[in-house]
Structures are given as structure tokens and as C-alpha cells.
Design a protein around this ligand. Sequence first.
Ligand SMILES: [Mg+2]
Length: 167
Amino acid sequence: MLFTPEYLFSSVAAITPAFLAQRGIAALVLDVDNTLTAHGSQELPAEVAGWLEAMRAAGVGLMIASNNSEERVAPFAARLGLDFVAGSAKPLPGGLARAQKKFGVEKARMAIVGDQLFTDRLAGALYGIPALVVTPRAPDTHRGILFKRRLEQPFLRRYYKKGGKLL
Ligand SMILES: [Mg+2]
């Protein structure tokens, strides 16, 4: 329940303003590694840049919350022109609480976007907001993450078994 995705997207680029508007979502808290770019990369993929523009044009609030270090997150966030929380310790709710304060919106209008079920998805569940789970942008190489990916499999299977589609 806390780990099975509610929504699973092929990429952030598949999250549309219409999808958010239908659910009353006005602000997104964004993970970085394997959500907006490859793990540890400062590169901004063109499709992600275009997606961020579309979200801004639709008036969607955007902010970064990453468990990674400030040295990793700050230059990337600056490039995107976004506020950020580094060392967010997801699934703990601190980063989401800070984001909500900055957005100045009710919880009911927020969602978290990320690629990991045990950090991003669980953070959304614990904070009480939906998680828009995305497929990792690049193959994982970190041993700890590879291990977590194996543990994620039953919950991904459950999403599809319940009739979930790759959005
Ligand atoms: Mg990630």
C-alpha cells in the first residue's frame, strides 16, 4: 500500500498539465537523480527542459527535494532556476514540509515526483500526498540502489496486476 505506485509514468515528460489539473495538483516536488537526469549528472535532457517549460507555462509550482548532497543538487537546481532542498532524507517528511511552506499551498494541491518507491513513493504516502512515480532515466550502477530495485519489483508487479498502466 505504501510502496505500490498510484501512478507510474514512463518519464516526467509524460506528466501533463491536464493530468495535474484533473486532480487539482498545482505544485510538484521533484526528485533529481534518475528523475530529471541520470544519477549524479548535471546534464539537462532536452525533453526535461521542455517539460519544465510546459509546467511553468501551466502555472505549476516546482521545487526540488533530493536526498543527495548540496554539492550535487545546488548547481543543477540553479541551472533549472528552481528552489531546492538537498539532503532531504526522504522518506522522512521534512523536505516536503519545507516545500509546502514555500509553495504556500494545501497538501491536497501537492504531489511528489520521483523514481524510487522506498524514498519518493513512501515519502508521498507518509506526508499524505500522491506520488507520481517515473521510470528511472538511466540504468542504476550503485550497489545499494540495485538492491532496492530488486525489492521494488513486487510492488511494480502489483501496480500492473491492479490494472495500472504505464502512463
Ligand atoms: Mg531518484
